[in-house]
Design a protein around this ligand. Structure first.
Ligand code: UD1
Ligand code: CA
Length: 458
């Protein structure tokens, strides 16, 4: 039986207090909706998305996010309840399909729970439930003396006795499409909210003699919905803890799994160490033995064997070889490549450059649009003047060159192999291989017995 996932996401999300539709708020750097679409994909389901409030913004996000397969969109212009929402998508679902109802604001639902729900539904109707110490706000699962499910009563409609029930409806449900269509057509809105409740299909199924299966969520946390920013932050931590544990099981040592922030994809080898407060974004590949220092931010970065990033670095679009040492306080960005054994120290910025093997820039430099050879020494305060106010130009530095401190390399310019630039030079013309270039104010005047300026008396 082909599975069709109907994802409800039409609600206003009032309690987020946000201009952004709730389902576009992110967990682990991706909209909650992306997680739910991922869950539908893991079920190998055709996805249907029910949109209402903020439908245009959600649709433009879908168009932009090429990664996900496009769900079919059903628009629920007026939010008349969860049954009404599901009904908007049902015409596009074939009768012989199995329907699984998911929620755009329940982002962490796991594949295990959904697979169990899917298989439990083949016999009729299945629900995911959990038992909570504090069930307030949720629909309560009603069972008969034989413990068979007979219905769900919403908090607003429940008697004091029913409110004492601690087994609650997570909202996640599955049923054969033909049955679900038949039941939903019979749902009325005679209740405290005046809404068409999806939960009413339970009593309708029971009335037809269909047995209702319940599936316990693998853990209660994964079925928690997000209604406000406090719950969003909680979902974020749960997600991060799950990812932290996955990384640790695969051989990554985290200094503190509670201070791990993955907002993309981490591909890590063995014996990788990640200190506290590190943010991993985009696709980050860390080879065996890599170490990342505290409070560094890595986005689309690849680091070779044993390379080390010290604390407080910001690295973006860097592909580095083995045994590099970067930081503390280094910034690298925009398509930069390091060969092996490159050493970039504090307060060095490197942009769109290639740096050769064992080249060092230990302190305070700006290297932009540069092709730097191997074994180059870049002194403190070296600056590639790559921008003339209109265009960017390339600086080329040959193998074994020595660039003295406080040198400006005015691009386009080439420094030859093993060339030596004296400290404080402003280099505007090419320097040949093995040459010394020196360009400073000609004379050093020395005035002996010089009296320093004195503070004026007040
Ligand atoms: C629902 C369940 C309740 C369950 C709880 C779990 C019903 C009637 N009740 O209650 O048993 O314990 O979820 O969190 O189903 N939505 C639409 N269109 C609508 C109404 C809702 O798309 O017309 C979407 C909302 O955006 C939301 C989801 O459906 O994502 C749930 O709706 P909500 O109103 O929050 O239901 P609850 O009252 O929380
Ligand atoms: Ca809710």
């Amino acid at each position: 039986m082909k599975t069709h996932a109907i994802i409800l996401a039409a609600g206003r999300g009032t309690r987020m207090n946000s201009a952004l539709p709730k389902v576009l708020h992110t967990v682990g750097g991706r909209p909650m909706l992306a997680h739910v679409l991922g869950a539908a994909a893991a079920l190998d389901a055709d996805a249907h998305l029910v949109l209402g409030h903020g439908a245009d913004l959600v649709q433009s996000w879908l168009t932009l996010s090429a990664a996900t397969t496009m769900p079919k969109i059903a628009v629920q212009a007026e939010q008349l309840g969860t049954a009404h929402a599901v009904q908007q998508a049902l015409p596009e679902v074939p009768d012989d399909a199995l329907v699984v109802v998911l929620y755009g604001d329940v982002p962490l639902v796991g594949a295990g729970t959904l697979a169990a729900l899917q298989s439990a539904a083949s016999s009729g109707l299945a629900l995911v439930t959990v038992t909570l110490d504090d069930p307030s706000g949720y629909g309560r699962i009603q069972r008969d003396a034989e413990s068979r499910v007979i219905g769900i009563v919403e908090q607003k409609d429940a008697s004091a006795e029913q409110r004492a029930i601690r087994e609650i409806n997570t909202g996640l449900l599955a049923a054969p499409a033909a049955s679900l269509k038949r039941w939903i057509a019979q749902v009325q809105n005679h209740n405290a909210s005046g809404e068409y409740y999806l939960t009413d299909v339970v009593a309708l199924a029971v009335a037809e003699g269909v047995s209702v299966q319940t599936v316990l969520a693998v853990n209660a946390a994964e079925v928690e919905g997000v209604n406000d920013r406090v719950q969003l932050a909680r979902a974020e931590r749960l997600f991060q803890l799950r990812e932290a544990e996955r990384a640790m099981r695969a051989g990554v040592q985290l200094a503190d799994p509670a201070r791990f922030d993955l907002r993309g994809e981490l591909l890590a080898g063995r014996d990788v160490f990640i200190d506290v407060g590190v943010i991993i974004e985009g696709r980050v590949e860390l080879a065996d033995g890599v170490r990342i220092g505290a409070y560094s931010h890595l986005k689309n970065v690849k680091l070779g064997l044993r390379s080390e990033v010290l604390s407080h670095c910001v690295l973006e679009n860097l592909d580095a070889g083995a045994d590099c040492r970067i930081g503390p306080f280094a910034r690298v960005r925009m398509d930069t490549q390091f060969a092996d054994e490159v050493h970039i120290g504090n307060f060095v910025e490197i942009k769109k450059s290639r740096i050769g093997r064992a080249t060092k820039a230990g302190h305070l430099a700006y290297i932009g649009d540069a092709l730097v050879g191997a074994d180059v020494n870049i002194g403190a305060g070296v600056i590639t003047c790559n921008y003339d106010g209109a265009n960017k130009h390339v600086t080329t530095i040959g193998d074994g060159a020595f660039i003295g401190t406080d040198t400006q390399l005015v691009a386009p310019v080439t420094v030859g192999d093993r060339a030596f630039i004296a400290a404080g030079s402003t280099i505007t013309r090419n320097v040949a291989d093995d040459a010394l270039a020196i360009c400073r104010a000609r004379d050093q005047r020395t005035i002996t017995g010089w009296k320093r300026p004195q503070k004026k008396p007040k």
